[in-house]
Design a binder for this molecule. Structure first.
Ligand code: MG
Length: 432
């Protein structure tokens, strides 16, 4: 039988525990509202940001749902399909809300759905970090490096201009530089109107695989002759090659000790990576078009690529990317999250928090923004001497000035052909 004294002791313990819980400052939290912020940021960007508001006054999180090609569909999906599902739920349950949102549509991993999941996930990590008073990288396990090394993009009309631009980045402090000669597929184009063409057919710049396979290794031979072995070189094929052409190209690039060759195959032909791995040590990077684990899991677990290049805002956010990074660690594959061109600073900072805290990190793609973007998104990461730096603030450490964003509405999708349409001499499509 419990004595009166023991009862009093137990009651005191319970009261003390309640006090401790209250002292942690973690009362129950609910999602109270969801805002969608589409913006051009005063430039040609097509960005979509998400803001999740909570029952704690002033506590909110932001995330990136940007999708340059399908922005209006992403906006509608959040407003009509997901916001009503999220409001009233607890933002603390990141994993559960991610999983339940992923099966909400029954069909999983569509591009638009992944953008929505990514934005939700980033906003929830932002909220959790702000509540904890910690930057997200601390919640993910803490820093394993001091800053995030970046690779720069050097392009040029000819070999000398490419070398000049690589040298400029090296002087700035970059150790890794991607080299292209005239954009994606550059070096492999027959000029407009030249060569044997069908009557009244396609007259524009025509991609020729054999020309590309001859010219690009010569470019890298030239770069090595001029700049030596110190710089770590990358190149993006952007899927222009046939599978057999890709195997041949990978072999020919071996003497130039590449850091990686990117997107040598289109996602439809990834089984050919096995053949490439059998014949050459040229490191392979792939994954910016992936949306489903069915695409990246076999390549990583089969050790068929060296770098995974998913876009954090396209693969499902910090939660999904962290799982990919852990998988990579087990199989000796490294990360190189895709961050170029049309990406936004919120996605960049999400990648930054991952990069700082994962052991399987390889390299981060560089992206820099004009001053107006830094003004609209205070806390946008800073690039200095080939490294990316965040501000160390709690959460993601980035905010959005909604008035500026809304003053610069999303531009309507432009009709007609885009950069994704590349054609050969006979007018047929080459994979972009
Ligand atoms: Mg690429």
């Amino acid at each position: 039988m419990m004595l009166r004294r023991d009862f009093a002791k137990a009651a005191l313990l319970i009261a003390a525990e309640r006090c401790l819980h209250a002292a942690r400052g973690l009362p129950e939290l609910k999602i109270t509202d969801v805002k969608v912020i589409p913006t051009s940021a005063g430039h040609n960007y097509s960005w979509v940001f998400l803001k999740i508001l909570t029952s704690e006054p002033g506590l909110y999180g932001i995330g990136s749902a940007s999708n340059i090609n399908e922005a209006p569909a992403v906006v509608t999906a959040i407003k009509e399909q997901y916001a009503p599902f999220w409001i009233g739920k607890s933002p603390d349950r990141i994993e559960d809300l991610w999983q339940s949102s992923n099966v909400r549509t029954y069909w999983r991993n569509s591009t638009i759905q992944n953008n929505v999941l990514s934005a939700l996930d980033m906003a929830l990590w932002d909220i959790k970090g702000k509540r904890a008073g910690m930057p997200v990288y601390d919640l993910l396990g803490g820093k394993v490096r001091d800053a995030v090394p970046l690779y720069a993009h050097a392009d040029g009309r000819d070999r000398d201009q490419v070398v000049e631009n690589i040298s400029r980045y090296m002087e700035e402090g970059y150790r890794h530089v991607r080299a292209q000669m005239g954009g994606y597929g550059g070096g492999g184009f027959i000029p407009p109107g030249k060569g044997s063409r069908p009557a009244n057919g396609f007259d524009g710049p025509a991609f020729d695989e054999d020309l590309y396979i001859e010219e690009i290794p010569k470019l890298f031979e030239y770069i090595r002759t001029r700049l030596g072995k110190e710089v770590k070189l990358l190149h993006d094929v952007h899927e222009h090659l046939t599978p057999t052409g890709a195997v041949e190209f990978a072999k020919r690039m071996e003497p130039y000790r590449m850091f990686f060759v990117e997107d040598i195959l289109p996602p439809e032909q990834i089984d050919w990576f096995r053949r490439i791995k059998e014949v050459t040590t040229t490191p392979m990077a792939m994954g910016e078009l992936f949306t489903s684990p069915r695409e990246y899991v076999p390549l990583i677990s089969g050790r068929l690529i060296d770098f995974i290049r998913c876009r954090v805002s396209q693969i499902g956010g910090i939660t999904a990317a962290k799982k990919i990074a852990i998988l990579c660690e087990e199989f000796g594959v490294r990360t190189a999250w895709q961050e170029g061109g049309d990406n936004d600073p919120v996605n960049q900072i999400a990648a930054y928090h991952l990069d700082l805290s994962i052991s399987s990190f390889g390299i981060q793609e560089e992206n820099h923004f004009p001053p107006a973007v830094h003004e609209m998104l205070p806390g946008t990461a800073e690039l200095r001497g080939g490294y990316l730096y965040g501000n160390g603030d709690a959460g993601l450490g980035i905010d959005i000035k909604e008035d500026i964003a809304l003053k610069n509405p999303l531009q309507p999708v432009r009709p007609g052909d885009s950069w994704t349409t590349v054609r050969g001499m006979d007018g047929s499509l080459v994979k972009p």
